[in-house]
Design a protein around this ligand. Structure first.
Ligand code: NAP
Length: 477
């Protein structure tokens, strides 16, 4: 009998798992989705200008080439439409249980009990967690923020009922989300103040709409989409990864970022404040061509003095008070708190949160000792700073599918301790070469400095590791 599988989350990961299961002839799965719609981060992030800085043809499933991309880099509505299209085409929508939040999962020695908010629950043979890394907004704790007299919201929870036209807007944060929304908000606001705590390296985004000929060719010429995608993938592997590993392209990337800054920001004083003092790639590089020009507008201020408190009429820094009637917290996500707040209890009552006290870790980012038949998508150490996460998700789904095919067998599958140890050693060795460790704080790592989010190797190495037959690394429990 086919195993019963629970998938938690209907974003890129959960949908990919579902589609591959269906294509493997396994229909005995349920997708639990907290929200009322699918799409995960691409359903949540609807701020003006939201999009992806990985090219459209690479930021998509290898098995579902899409003729409808209108731009080189996809914007949020297009990505969401793509995911809706995939869900319909592969007929997985009927497996999704919307508005059903999973709050706990516990293993009873043979099967998993999946508990949902409101007290419901069901039993499964295996659980695939596909909740992503960037799903819980990080709201900073700034004194006075609850006394603010205007409207405040997080970038990932954009308040579309609040029109920013003619407003005094404060944007706190200057990462990728801020870089995308600031130019759009600046066009409408009366005044916009960007509060930057740490500058980011910014490189241009060579975005453009595909012309009718290019779109037709990409849709109709056999092999063209595949070749274009392969070229994008190789380019990122061969030029960007070495930069993150302190290799030959680090200097090239930094020069490109400095040129971009010089070309777009004529004022040397502002330029100095926008120049990072840490190695390029240590924090996620911002890929955007509209951010710097927006910061040079006469109606936009960049404030770099530390924020002291929020007051009813604005934001107070060590340099004074900046009036605002709208605050946008572009302050990122609780990225290192994998799976939280779901309570996961494995074999012998082991709690996952406790096991991960020093930082989340999992074999291939997928499997955790003491948690048999539990699999993670986009889990610890599988984020990339240089290529498409969708590629990584597909590698993980292939591995998980190979494991699920072995079920029920002679019992649940758990990663072997020796496989876990070897993996951790390999990871630590490779991590030592990467640029993320010293010199900056980022969402890639815990406050103690352990990099829990990123994969240090090339994406092709990860593909090789996940493509191996899985069973030698697992035991039956
Ligand atoms: P982020 O990169 O974590 O940036 C958060 C920003 O908020 C940082 O500038 C941070 O400053 C600031 N911040 C946080 N707490 C603060 C506080 N208490 N006071 C002042 N400033 C504070 O988050 P994000 O911009 O949402 O992006 C997250 C990731 O999502 C990106 O790195 C990327 O992987 C993905 N993303 C991609 C795109 C794209 O494709 N273009 C767009 C959006 C998001 P510090 O740097 O000093 O911590």
């Amino acid at each position: 009998m086919a195993p019963r599988i629970a998938i938690v989350g209907a974003g890129f990961g959960g949908l990919c798992m579902a589609i591959r299961l269906r294509r493997a002839g396994i229909g005995s799965f349920t997708i639990f989705e907290r929200a009322g719609g699918l799409g995960g981060t691409w359903r949540d992030n609807t701020y003006p200008g939201a999009g992806c800085d990985i090219p459209s043809h690479l930021y998509s499933y290898s098995f579902e080439r899409y003729g409808s991309w209108t731009r080189r880099y996809p914007e949020q509505p297009e990505i969401l439409a793509y995911l809706e299209h995939c869900a319909d085409k592969y007929d997985v929508r009927r497996h999704i249980r919307f508005n059903t939040e999973v709050v706990r999962a516990s293993f009873d020695g043979a099967r998993w009990h999946v508990g949902t908010a409101g007290g419901g629950g069901e039993t499964f043979d295996a659980v695939v967690m596909a909740v992503g890394q960037l799903n819980r907004p990080h709201m900073p704790e700034i004194p006075g923020m609850h006394d603010f007299g205007g409207t405040a919201f997080h970038s990932a929870r954009w308040d579309h009922d609040h029109d920013v036209t003619g407003r005094n807007v404060a944007v706190i944060g200057s990462g990728s989300s801020a870089a995308q929304l600031v130019p759009r908000v600046a066009e409408r606001a009366r005044r916009l103040t960007v509060f930057q705590r740490t500058p980011n390296w910014v490189i241009p985004k060579p975005d453009a709409a595909f012309g009718p000929a290019a779109r037709l060719a990409l849709r109709l010429v056999p092999g063209l989409q595949r070749a274009y995608r392969e070229w994008l993938f190789r380019y990122m592997e061969n030029t960007l990864h070495p930069a993150l590993a302190g290799g030959w392209s680090a200097a090239v990337l930094e020069r490109r970022a400095r040129e971009h800054l010089r070309a777009q920001v004529p004022d040397p004083e502002l330029r100095a404040r926008l120049t990072p003092d840490y190695p390029v790639g240590c924090k996620r590089v911002v890929i955007d061509s509209a951010f710097y020009p927006a910061l040079t507008r006469p109606d936009v201020d960049v404030v770099t003095e530390p924020i002291v408190r929020i007051v009813p009429g604005g934001v107070e820094t060590t340099g004074g008070t900046h009036e605002a009637d709208t605050i946008v917290y572009a302050t990122g996500f609780l990225a290192t708190e994998f799976l939280a707040p779901i309570e996961v209890t494995g074999r012998d009552g082991q709690e996952l949160a406790r096991q991960w006290t020093g930082g989340a870790h999992a074999y291939l980012g997928i499997s955790v000792p003491h948690f048999p038949n539990l699999f993670l998508l986009y889990g610890p150490n599988t984020n990339l700073g240089h290529n498409s996460i969708v590629f990584m998700i597909e590698c993980q789904v292939r591995h998980i599918l190979a494991c699920l095919r072995e079920l029920p067998g002679d019992g649940p599958l758990e990663v072997r301790p020796d496989a876990m140890t070897a993996w951790t050693r390999q990871l630590d060795r490779a991590m030592g070469r990467m640029v993320w460790g010293d010199g900056c704080q980022s969402w890639y790592k815990t406050p103690e400095g352990r990099v829990t989010n990123n994969w240090p190797g090339r994406a092709t190495l990860y593909r090789r590791l996940t493509a191996r037959p899985p069973l030698p690394a697992y035991r039956r429990v």
